[in-house]
Design a protein around this ligand. Sequence first.
Ligand code: SF4
Length: 383
Amino acid sequence: MHVYVHIPFCRRKCIYCDFFSVGERLADWPGLVDSLLREARIRADSFGSHTPGVPSSLYIGGGTPSLMPVEEFLRLSAGLSELFPDGPGEFTVEVNPDDVSEDKVAAWCAAGVNRVSMGVQSLMDSELKAICRRHTAGDAVEAYGLLRRSFRNISLDLIFGLPGQTPDSLRHTVDGFLDMAPEHISAYSLMYEELTALTRMRDRGTIDETAEADSVEMFAMVSDMFAGAGYEQYEISNYAREGFRSLHNSSYWKGLPYIGLGPGAHSYDGLRTRRENLPDLAAWRGGDETDFPFSEETLTDDELREEYIMTRLRTREGIPLDEFGRRFGSVESDRLLRKAGRFMEGAIRRNPQPSLTLCDDGKFLSLTRAGIMVSDEVISSLF
Ligand code: SF4
């Protein structure tokens, strides 16, 4: 069983962020934990409970879970542990650098957390300030040192394509990440999501969006530097030391079932039903002993196939062709390979290098390095 818990409070909004969160001043922590535990009991009944021996994960994300008072964090994790009779194999908490303190680290350890994911994003103060992050580069390095004393599995987040970022400043950040030597790194290109302050600023002309070509160059630099330091790029945006792939995130890419708790959290039954809890704190808190409000979507055959192609191709292994054939039939299998043919030969004018390849004696269809650089275009051409 894979469980995601959404903590919907942030001290202040980062300008690029479109995750559901509200101001910390609205935080009723005991009330939030009561509601989350009530929802966990309801959802565990409808999605089934953990099967001993099967890999499981618990991910407390947000929002900003590291704002949670320690006593409420301990109460939440103790309550959630009932979902995992033999403990979650991987128990991650997301943290912001300026919340990390000795007390909180001790509480996370006591709660059974065995993986910490810290949103560092950049090691340049000017870039952090430009996107309204609360911390400085110095805070991040200091917090990492504190976490390192207690955790042997740390993931750091990085964003490239930030306003004002240059190849040199990005190199400085990547070098700093390599000096810290985390087990896992997530590196994403800055996205201009609808209704964010960042997008409004770009539209008003107060900041410049990084040009597509520069962004691709930055992606190539990040990927080369992490690969050169021995990290495996096991998903387009994720890098891990051997044995430290994220079990929880991998469940999304493998189409496994997961339960999302909290306002705005998503769930999937592993077949074709997705749910989204209402991204509205008051409405979600209105949940009672029988249910919490959500919207539900049933994926069509076409949507299932497209999602399968999209998520699997983002991974290093790619699409397992036997499984694809079993799930979607030989007609779709043949169609996929026919469309992939142009990309395997590099027959696309804009990108003449092969973007797709067959690996492991034709058992998997996966992106080549050239393909990773233009993955959106390749993937959507296979639908
Ligand atoms: S701290 Fe995280 S969740 Fe909160 S606004 Fe910033 S990026 Fe979004």
